[in-house]
Design a protein around this ligand. Structure first.
Ligand SMILES: [Mg+2]
Length: 237
């Protein structure tokens, strides 16, 4: 079989997000908040944990919880702007930097899933073009940095992150854009994902072949192919 382009979901397929959906939770959330507060207060912002929850995390989470209904990610921009305003003293730290401080404790723990580098290497040797199509709650650059640290970034011709693209899977918009940018017809591409209701729905709607990496994903439409490990992907592309 010869496949022109392989479109990968990221969390649960390439990277181990440790069940966090790519956003800090629990202890990692707490450590990130402490680091962010330290950063701000070293600049004499005089903020408290409660301030951060009130002007940043609380309002963000309110929108984040509605992301499926909205079909897009929650925008951190206005909330970080309120943090800068509350901090005063002309604080100009960009949104992406503020978020990267909060995200770092989780980011440092994210690693490739077993077998991923070997599979990407083989697909590249076969001449497959590869792209990432990922729903992420934070700026894509934060995840691209992890892919870079893990040595995975060079395998990908393109990366599409919902935070910047303005569409989330199951919308097929990012899949269609990837096909167009790569110049690959839908009949010559596959979408690989671990969530049928998100990845497989998006792939099918864009008319590409779909491969489901089996997980406890809560159900969804059948994929063209089901695999139980990423290494099995090599038998189907
Ligand atoms: Mg996933």
């Amino acid at each position: 079989m010869k496949t022109g382009a392989v479109l990968f979901d990221m969390g649960g397929v390439l990277l181990d997000f440790q069940g966090t959906a790519g956003v800090p939770r629990g202890r990692l959330d707490w450590r990130g908040r402490e680091a962010l507060l330290r950063f701000l207060n070293l600049r004499r912002a005089g903020l408290t944990e409660e301030d951060l929850e009130r002007v940043l995390f609380g309002p963000w989470r309110h929108e984040y919880d509605r992301r499926q209904a909205l079909g897009r990610e929650a925008d951190w921009g206005p909330h970080c702007k309120r943090v800068r305003k509350l901090a005063g003293r002309g604080l100009r730290t960009p949104t992406k930097t503020l978020l990267s401080i909060w995200f770092r404790p989780l980011a440092e723990q994210i690693e490739p899933l077993p077998g991923v580098p070997e599979v990407l290497e083989q697909l590249r040797d076969r001449g497959c073009r590869m792209a990432i199509i990922s729903n992420v709650p934070l700026p894509g650059a934060l995840y691209a940095r992890i892919l870079g640290r893990c040595g995975l970034a060079p395998y990908f011709d393109r990366m599409y992150f919902s935070y910047e693209e303005g569409h989330r899977k199951p919308s097929p918009a990012m899949v269609r854009k990837a096909l167009s940018d790569l110049g690959t017809p839908s009949t010559d591409a596959v979408m690989v994902g671990d969530r049928r209701s998100i990845d497989i729905v998006a792939g099918r709607a864009a008319g590409v072949r779909t491969i489901w990496l089996r997980t406890e994903d809560g159900g969804g439409p059948a994929a063209d192919v089901t695999i139980d490990s990423i290494a099995e992907l090599l038998d189907h592309v």
